[in-house]
Design a protein around this ligand. Structure first.
Ligand code: 2NL
Length: 344
């Protein structure tokens, strides 16, 4: 029996030595140390032994068992280390490889233009105010001297939601609301940028939705010369100090008198070319002195207060500044178009 146990140990240790995978080790463990293994079998046959032999064989069997188990554990640790080494080798990463470029966006051209306009007027003491895009008939029309039946408020030209609610057709209602809040108690000096809506068929120069920035300055003693000074500063800072402005008489229902402002053409400097259609001047915006009826309806006494107002379309301004030939570029969002105007 002694010899049988020693044989088993030699045989098992040789197999452990040869094993090259964890699965093989597990098989050896089951084969030699398992319940149906040869060592268990030897121990089971101990009943036939003499009293003196029994502890000696039992002791030896345990030692053999331990020796095999120890070798199995050592080999297992060894194989695991080899396997980890192999895995690390295979999964090696090159930390010096350049990273994949990340696509970053930037502000939309219109956003940049509106922010540039805002900054210029903020520097002249105007505050920026926003208001609802769904407006009441009162603030969009009535309060701006466009009473019911006025030709400029044709149902065909606006998106009506109900009899009394519509998508605003200009940002002036934000100004009418602000004056209405103050009710003649303090001056107003504000601009209001935002989206406006008109029922129009979209083409290269028309859009059913576009952007507007309107300005309003109401105080005692505000004159047309104040309007001219503010707009001149705006035009030169926005388009370049070499540009000139001129005001022409015009008409709007909410201003009296009304004007339109042109800037000198930067291509021909007033001589006339295709950009300015031979006139030397390019129309930029409209404005005028706030109509006394508009002041009155908002609670400002037109005998005490006067004001100027103006409105411009940032799409048109961006088109002039960058030579964009189709207003639809602002909404179709072709990234090749948009990317051209990212500063960084
Ligand atoms: C244009 C012309 C204009 C106004 C907007 C205005 C607002 C109030 C009172 C009086 Cl609360 N006027 N706004 C005045 C004249 C012209 O816009 O061509 N916009 C794109």
């Amino acid at each position: 029996m002694k010899e049988r146990l020693q044989e088993l140990q030699t045989e098992a240790l040789a197999k452990v030595e040869e094993a090259s995978s964890l699965q093989e080790l597990q098989d050896i463990r089951v084969a030699y140390l398992g319940k149906k293994g040869p060592i268990t079998e030897v121990l089971r046959g101990m009943g036939k032994l003499s009293k003196e032999e029994r502890p000696v064989i039992g002791d030896l069997a345990n030692k053999v068992r331990e020796a095999i188990a120890t070798e199995l554990d050592a080999k297992k640790a060894n194989l695991e280390a080899v396997e980890l080494e192999k895995k690390l080798e295979e999964e090696q990463i090159d930390v010096t490889l350049p990273g994949r470029p990340v696509q970053v966006g930037g502000p939309h051209l219109l956003t940049s233009i509106v922010e540039e306009i805002e900054d210029l007027f903020i520097s002249m003491g105007f505050e920026v105010r926003e208001g609802p895009e769904v407006e009441t008939d009162y603030y969009n029309f009535e309060a701006l001297n466009l009473p019911k039946g006025h030709p400029a408020r044709d149902m065909q030209d606006s998106f009506y939601i109900t009899e009394e609610l519509l998508l605003r057709t200009h940002t002036s209602p934000v100004q009418a609301r602000t004056m209405g809040e103050y009710k003649g108690s303090q001056p107003v000096k504000m601009i209001c940028p935002g989206k406006v809506y008109r029922r129009d068929t979209d083409d290269a120069t028309h859009s059913h939705q576009f952007t507007q920035v309107e300005g309003l300055y109401v105080d005692k003693d505000v004159r047309m010369s104040d309007l001219k000074g503010v707009l001149n500063r705006f035009a030169k800072q926005f388009f370049g100090e070499e540009r000139e402005i001129r005001l022409r008489p015009s008409f709007f229902p909410f201003t009296e008198p009304s004007v339109e402002m042109d800037i000198s053409c930067k291509v021909c400097h007033g001589k006339g070319c295709s950009v300015c259609k031979g006139t030397g001047w390019i129309e930029i915006l409209g404005g005028g002195m706030v109509h006394p009826r508009v002041l009155e309806m908002a609670g400002y006494d037109p005998n005490v207060y006067s004001g100027f107002a103006f409105g411009m379309g940032p799409e048109r301004i961006a088109m002039l500044k960058y030579g964009v030939d189709d207003i639809r570029h602002f909404y179709t969002n072709d990234v090749r178009f948009l990317k051209q105007y990212h500063k960084a």
